[in-house]
Design a protein around this ligand. Structure first.
Ligand code: ATP
Ligand code: MG
Length: 276
């Protein structure tokens, strides 16, 4: 098991748990989406998994090692796990894009030609022209470009586990497509991904497991169909279903076993032909 959360409870104020006795296992290679209403504790959970917020009780194991135990190898962990924060612009501090992306690589003591090729590769993978962007200040980029830059910084490290907190917010359709394709590609290379997002349509395209957080607990955990077909329960929790699932139910089509858009369209055509 790559990641194991055992009965973790987290609060910011005494006796006011944001998350309570959460158990969660994530296997290597999974692509997990986390959803839940604003303020339910998604960012808190990611920070806790990332070693940044110690739970008040319970344990978090990474490859069977307790990450908050004082002998845990934090430096090694930083090379294996990377986080793209909800407001990534707050994490930039270098004068130019090249230095920003290479910062983590310099910490890994890699030779300079390898650093340059990894920086180039990761900037290009999120849709930047390396030569045009390398000398720009991270602070003059648009909100969407900053998000893609933050992702490039983490990809350059080639992490084993990637945590992303709302990486699509503020992106236009083209930016969303670039980030989606990049994440699918990373996942295919074997990276384990945990992604927080409010967009069920994107989650259904890329995740193989969805976790819903509500009332301090994990309310649902399953594949996209298992989770998103629960119309009434989700409505009660204020969780939006993906368009493909809404339309399937509205049209009274048979429940699909995959909520990806292309699959839905194929089935819709079949459904219309049968009705005709
Ligand atoms: N540093 C902090 N100090 C005190 N309370 C905090 C702190 N950070 C978060 N909280 C509280 O913890 C709860 C969970 O916050 P969190 O940011 O984890 O929610 P979220 O699910 O990520 O929300 P969103 O979807 O809006 O990003 C909220 O009630 C929030 O006010
Ligand atoms: Mg958040």
């Amino acid at each position: 098991m790559l990641l194991r959360l055992k009965e973790i409870s987290i609060n910011y104020l005494p006796n006011q748990n944001i998350l309570e006795k959460i158990d969660l296992n994530v296997e290597k290679g999974e692509f997990v989406g986390i959803v839940g209403k604003s303020g339910c504790g998604k960012t808190t959970l990611l920070e806790s998994i990332g070693g940044l917020k110690k739970p008040q009780s319970g344990y978090i194991y990474y490859n069977n090692e307790d990450i908050y135990q004082h002998l845990f190898n934090q430096t090694g962990f930083r090379k294996k796990l990377q986080i793209v924060f909800q407001f990534p612009e707050n994490q930039f501090f270098e004068q130019d894009v090249f230095s920003e992306v290479s910062y983590g690589l310099r910490m890994l003591d890699l030779p300079s030609d390898m650093i340059e090729s990894r920086v180039k590769q990761s900037l290009e993978s999120v849709g930047f022209n390396f030569e045009l962007i390398r000398q720009k200040s991270p602070f003059v980029l648009s909100g969407g470009q900053k998000r893609r830059l933050a992702l490039a910084c983490t990809l350059a490290i080639q992490p084993e586990l990637l945590l992303l907190d709302e990486p699509f917010s503020g992106l236009d359709a083209e930016g969303s497509k670039i980030v989606t394709d990049t994440l699918i590609n990373e996942h295919q290379k074997g990276t384990t991904i945990i992604l927080v997002s409010h967009d069920p349509n994107i989650l259904c395209e890329i995740c193989d497991r969805i976790i819903v957080i509500s009332n301090r607990k994990i309310a649902f955990d399953g594949n996209p169909v298992q989770v998103y077909s629960k119309k009434d329960a989700l409505q009660e929790l204020g969780i939006i279903q993906p368009d493909t699932q809404i339309l399937t139910q509205l049209l009274d089509m048979e429940q699909l076993n995959n909520l990806k858009y292309d699959y839905f369209i194929q089935n819709l055509i079949h459904f219309i032909e049968e009705k005709a």
